[in-house]
Design a binder for this molecule. Structure first.
Ligand code: 5GP
Ligand code: MN
Length: 336
């Protein structure tokens, strides 16, 4: 993988570009994809954003989101776009299987792949150009850097600002995680100077939920949570019946795992949700306990040191029981 700076000269020649991100795009994946989309369009390039799957409705306000193609719902046209592309920008993931069913289409295309990502252990041989930096708060921060370092900060308009702010804010837990550097605050200051209205973005992201979602959460805290104070760990296991009963939509469970960390003393939180095709794990930690390694070792996953995901093909009760056994072997690391 060549450094991203080697790609800058290509920006002055018109190209056909695809921008994609991980399945079930979150605020950072969608924000970075759309920020890059607006930037490349304003440079005169022919670009399309293709999301591997659908996304949470709380992202539907984002500028340009109506132009995003959902691959699962539009396979033929997406495949055609990808086959015609010169470049595929891969944002907020670093290994192609995170694009799920889009992976074979990407592999089949002759387009050069460009990586911009902040997760651990990038599969660099899969990319022609790119940047991978685990110290960055978000891929949105990296798209901002890309625009500035390539000499085009004058092109950052309010649409781009809103998209970048979304990923900065969501991936830093509203500017509280250790990844919130001085650079992050300087970017926000710049976006504010451009006229960004940040409160509206917080409302759009956090205040669009249904009444049923809040009832689901109350039910989950009452009946689906187990706390292991002796291991500084809490876990929640959500059966499919809850998803149906409370008519949950994509994104309705996002952030739920973080509440477990609000319990005094809890430093490791896990939630497993019974999805259609698999049991999906989310892991969060505070301090030194590395959930990326934990997810890789036990639940076919990965991510960051303090936020990672994984999966299991077992039933939700079985995989939750596995988790309870596994954490006992980490007692020293969890209690030091
Ligand atoms: P979440 O729990 O919000 O789904 O994911 C937490 C973090 O881990 C996100 O940065 C996400 O991209 C990453 N992540 C989630 N699942 C996986 C996975 O299966 N593999 C890898 N490598 N990263 C994941
Ligand atoms: Mn991210």
């Amino acid at each position: 993988m060549q450094p991203i700076e080697q790609f800058f000269p290509e920006l002055s020649k018109p190209f056909k570009g695809i921008i994609t991100c991980h399945q079930k795009p979150d605020g950072d994946a969608m924000g970075s994809s759309l920020a890059l989309y607006h930037f490349l369009k304003s440079m005169g390039h022919d670009v399309k954003v293709i999301a591997p799957t659908n996304w949470a409705p709380f992202l539907d306000w984002m500028p340009g989101v109506n132009e995003v193609v959902d691959f699962e719902a539009n396979r033929a046209i997406s495949t055609q776009y990808i086959n015609e592309a010169d470049f595929i920008f891969c944002l907020d993931f670093n290994i192609l299987h995170r694009t799920k069913n889009l992976e074979p289409v990407i592999l089949n295309s002759k387009a050069v792949r460009i990586l911009m990502d902040h997760h651990q252990q990038p599969d660099t041989p899969s990319f022609g150009f790119g940047i991978s930096d685990v110290k960055k708060s978000s891929t949105c921060e990296m798209v901002y850097d890309f625009i500035v370092l390539s000499g085009h900060s004058n092109l950052i308009n309010l649409d781009i600002a809103a998209c970048i702010y979304t990923g900065l804010m969501t991936d830093t837990g509203s500017f509280r995680f250790p990844s919130t550097t001085a650079s992050v605050h300087k970017i926000v200051a710049h976006l504010k100077e451009l006229g960004l209205q940040h409160s509206i973005i917080h409302e759009n992201i956090f205040d669009q939920g249904s009444e049923a979602r809040l009832k689901f959460m109350g039910n989950a805290f009452l009946y689906r949570m187990q706390v292991f104070p002796e291991l500084n760990t809490a876990i929640m296991a959500i059966p499919k019946a809850d998803i149906y009963k409370f008519e949950l939509k994509t994104g309705d469970t996002e952030g739920l795992v973080n509440y477990l960390l609000s319990i005094n003393g809890i430093r490791f939180a896990a939630i497993v949700i019974d999805r259609e095709e698999e049991r999906k794990w989310s892991f969060r930690s505070k301090g030194l306990f590395d959930v990326n390694i934990f997810a890789r070792n036990h639940f076919e996953g990965g991510g960051h040191a303090n936020a990672a995901g994984g999966r299991s093909s077992k039933s939700v009760d079985e995989t939750a029981a596995d988790f309870v056994e596994i954490i006992k072997t980490y007692k020293n690391q969890l209690t030091q």
